[in-house]
Design a binder for this molecule. Structure first.
Ligand code: C2O
Ligand code: CU
Ligand code: CU
Length: 394
């Protein structure tokens, strides 16, 4: 990947969900100066998935992502290409980058933060950068790869007529089997792959209805009362047949904790475990190849979520209960209902690099920019974290 920075300021490009060595991760430690370039290379070594990339400059990520810098990475693999699921790009398989914007009366993009403290909540949705979007398609089944590329808003996606669809993938790849549902909630950074059946000539609206953010009356201020039309699907009068979805999709291994620590992450007040992000502080070192348990809790009454770089994890429990279908499979971002404990099983990469950290943070990007972020390194046995530089960009 060759990244050229055409912005008038420093940025960086992070591959969200990709298993890359930390020096290729594109976090705040890999700045790309204005007019400069950066090239990243790695071997793709993970299952078929819908991933994405976006700028990640220290303290200024919200601005860049809100202005539309977000793109999708589609990975397939030997198994996925053989499955009888829609996978013809632009024919029956479409990535949808969903972002909300707010425009001033004279049509300029407004970056005014909304009252609830989540960041910028827009009242206008753009999909793949398009206003009032519709999608014409020609097949009986359509696969939509939904990315919540918004900086603050959580969506609860479904169809205007409440029809069922099949959830076939989450952040890190395909799930074990299609799960029938009529709603899928995605907080900023999360993805879902869904397959929906349509009839010839019909029009159906993909719509977000009020998500249950878990914070009671406060949710209204975080977009919890909003209904937004996302996209209109327009079926042509004749639709090419598609086979029914298979009963099973892929084997998703269930990782077990092994050789690693159990850690707690308490999110509150724009801090994690009482600390704000410091570029020169490593918050912990994890053993390469180990599988850890991370217990994550949002102690505020308002929305947060949790994302980690460089890994995919599985949600083992939600307040000690098994996770719902939409939290199954490999994840890298998870919504945190206030005061609920999410237990994650986190296999760490095999490569050690004590000097270059991975980030973990709230993916409500204003919060991340305000310091709700930390750093970890992956080390070999007996190795301690190195020293990471504090870089000033101006
Ligand atoms: Cu998409 Cu550090 O995030
Ligand atoms: Cu990321
Ligand atoms: Cu947050």
């Amino acid at each position: 990947m060759n990244v050229h920075n055409e912005l008038p300021e420093v940025t960086s490009v992070h591959w969200h969900g990709m298993h890359v060595p930390p020096v290729m991760d594109g976090g705040p430690h890999q700045p790309v100066p204005a007019g400069g370039s950066w090239s990243a290379h790695w071997v793709v070594d993970q299952p078929a998935a819908t991933l994405w990339y976006h700028p990640h400059p220290h303290g200024a990520t919200e601005k860049h992502v809100y202005r539309g810098l977000a793109g999708v990475f589609l990975i397939d693999d030997e198994l996925s290409v053989q499955l009888p699921i829609p996978q013809e790009y632009g024919v029956d398989d479409f990535p949808l980058v969903v972002q909300d914007k707010r425009f001033t009366r004279d049509g300029r993009l407004s970056s005014r933060a909304s009252l609830g403290g989540s960041g910028i909540l827009g009242d206008t949705v753009v999909v793949n950068g398009t206003l009032a979007p519709y999608l014409e398609f020609t097949t009986e089944l359509v696969r939509l790869r939904l990315l919540n590329g918004s900086t603050a808003r959580t969506y609860d996606f479904g169809f205007a007529d409440d029809r069922e669809f099949a959830l076939i993938g989450t952040d890190g790849g395909l799930v074990d089997r299609p799960h029938r549902t009529s709603r899928i909630m995605l907080s900023p950074g999360e993805r879902a792959e869904i397959v929906v059946a349509v009839r010839p000539g019909e029009r159906v609206v993909l719509r977000s209805t009020p998500p249950d953010l878990g914070g009671g009356l406060m949710d209204r201020l975080s977009g919890g009362a909003d209904t937004l039309d996302i996209l209109e699907l327009r079926a042509t009068d004749r639709l090419a047949p598609r086979p029914a979805l298979p009963e099973r999709l892929v084997e998703v291994p269930t990782p077990v904790a092994e050789g690693g620590e159990t850690r707690e992450f308490r999110l509150s007040n724009r801090e994690i475990n009482g600390k704000k992000m410091d570029m020169s502080r490593i918050d912990f070192a994890a053993l390469a190849g180990a599988t850890e348990i991370w217990r994550v809790i949002n102690l505020d009454g308002v929305p947060h979520n949790f994302h980690a770089h460089g890994v995919s994890f599985q949600v083992r429990s939600v307040d000690d209960a098994p996770p719902p279908a939409y939290l199954q499979g490999w994840k890298d971002t998870v919504y945190l209902r206030p005061h609920v404990t999410y237990e994650l099983v986190v296999p760490l990469p095999n490569h050690r690099d004590p000097d270059t950290p991975f980030m973990y943070h709230c993916h409500l990007i204003a919060h991340e920019d305000q310091g709700m972020m930390g750093q970890f390194v992956v080390v070999g046995p007996g190795e301690s974290p190195g020293v990471v530089g504090h870089r000033h960009h101006s």
